[in-house]
Write a protein that binds this ligand. Structure first.
Ligand code: URA
Length: 432
């Protein structure tokens, strides 16, 4: 079968067969199909979507393009959580040790950030000495010994996705529901987990800006997971303003530790508890979400989750003294206050723009090769709905340079002060 015929059928809105998708994915992974034909396929899919059957076959082909991690040596139901990405989203960091403190094995294979959304691995690497590149054997051993590990992709997971994702990035085809669903689910299924909670973001700072589209994406991913026997559900959560009150790697580690000490902001703590309760129920450690929530709160009160995080840090080569001494994390040279120019209430905080401000400070990568400056970032003092007086600090900027004119302009343009407005509810919907 010629690739041009496959593209033509997709362009004409016809359903591709399993064989056609197999030929495309294997041919492209081996380098036999050029980028220009794969780009045409992606654009045709972007406009015409995929049927449920095509979606399942596409995901399976991406999955089968590489290896699967075998976690069968680890006793118990392994659970994982995946977020579609959001500003200030560090939920996995406190969540993993909280779940592990309940005796549920957590084997998380996570990603790095490109652009202004930071990845969990970059945040963890702010901890001096912390290593995210473990071999598969070390990963399994650590989960067996202490019940939790968060690492970068091991071996050869979904190489087709790696190639296609890079191509989507430069062909304006990232925000396509079947392509996102196939990309995320092929990697998650390959990572060997038994159960998966998906955190699908919606709002101005998310891929899926409209809740309706976020729901479609969540339903597509849950259907793919359940079809292959994965215990899978999704929470649709709000990303109209940054989560918690920090953006930047060291700052987000500090905030994660504060959550584990019971001092987290209400929004992020609530999201951690909501996602965590679903994970505990999927792992069959509790029968109701309320019971699971109580169990999770107890891991904070008893400091068992904090202790578990310390064990994970030590096991992955990091300095666990950061738990009690944040000055051991990389620090920026200057702290500069950005003050409100008017009084009123915070009506809007544009999450993406604040992410760009943090990236311009050096906290994120503009190109894959860029080195991250872990110490820089933003600490928000106000959230949507809060009252503000002229001259009050809105944000503390952590910077290595004193001249932050561009960053200041972005921040002031991102935080709208106006009439009193309530923030969106944090949890929009649950998809089972
Ligand atoms: N994250 C992924 O891994 N893939 C996508 O397509 C989008 C977000």
């Amino acid at each position: 079968m010629r690739m041009v015929d496959i593209i033509e059928r997709k362009r004409n809105g016809l359903e591709l067969s399993a064989k056609e998708l197999h030929e495309f994915i294997t041919g492209y992974t081996k380098g036999e199909i050029p980028d220009y034909q794969a780009s045409a396929f992606l654009m045709a899919t972007y406009f015409n979507g995929m049927t449920e059957q095509e979606q399942a076959n596409f995901t399976l082909e991406m999955l089968n393009s590489g290896d699967r991690v075998d976690l069968s040596e680890i006793p118990g139901i392994k659970v994982d959580k995946h977020s579609t990405g959001g500003m200030g989203d560090k939920t996995s960091i406190p969540l993993a040790p909280m779940i592990a403190a309940l005796g549920i094995p957590i084997s998380m294979i996570s990603g790095r950030g490109l652009g202004h959304t930071g990845g969990i691995l970059d945040k963890l690497e702010a901890i001096p000495g912390f290593k995210v590149e473990l071999s598969e054997d070390q990963f399994i051993q650590q989960v067996k010994e202490i019940g939790v590990a968060i690492i970068s992709t091991t071996g050869n997971i979904a190489p087709a996705d790696k190639k296609l994702y890079a191509l989507r990035d430069v062909t304006a085809t990232v925000d396509s529901i079947p392509l996102i669903a196939g990309s995320i689910m092929s990697k998650k299924i390959a990572s060997g987990t038994d159960a998966l909670v998906l955190d699908v973001k919606t709002g101005s700072g998310a891929f899926m800006k409209e809740p309706k589209k976020a729901k479609e994406l969540a339903q597509a991913m849950v259907a793919i997971g359940q079809n292959v026997g994965l215990r899978c559900m999704a929470v649709i959560s709000d990303m109209d303003q940054p989560l918690g009150n920090t953006i930047g790697n060291s700052l987000e580690i500090e905030e994660s530790i504060e959550i584990l000490k019971g001092n987290g902001l209400r929004d992020i703590t609530d999201l951690v508890l909501t996602l965590g309760s679903e994970m505990v129920v999927l792992a069959r450690k509790a029968t109701t979400l309320e019971e699971a929530r109580e169990m999770l709160i107890e891991t904070i009160v008893s400091q068992k989750a904090l202790e578990k995080f310390g064990k994970m840090i030590t096991s992955q080569g990091g300095d666990k003294r950061v738990l009690d001494n944040y000055s051991l994390l990389p620090q920026a040279r200057y702290q500069i206050e950005i003050k409100a120019k008017s009084s009123g209430h915070v009506a809007q905080i544009k999450a993406n723009e604040l992410g760009i401000a943090s990236m311009l400070l050096g906290g994120g990568r503009q190109n894959k090769e860029d080195q991250i400056n872990y110490g820089v970032g933003l600490r928000l003092h106000k959230k949507v709905g809060d009252k503000v007086e002229t001259g009050e600090s809105l944000v503390t900027v952590y910077s290595d340079q004193l001249d932050i004119t561009e960053v200041e302009q972005i921040i002031l343009a991102s935080i709208e002060i106006g009439a009193k407005k309530s923030p969106h509810p944090l949890i929009h919907e649950i998809i089972n």
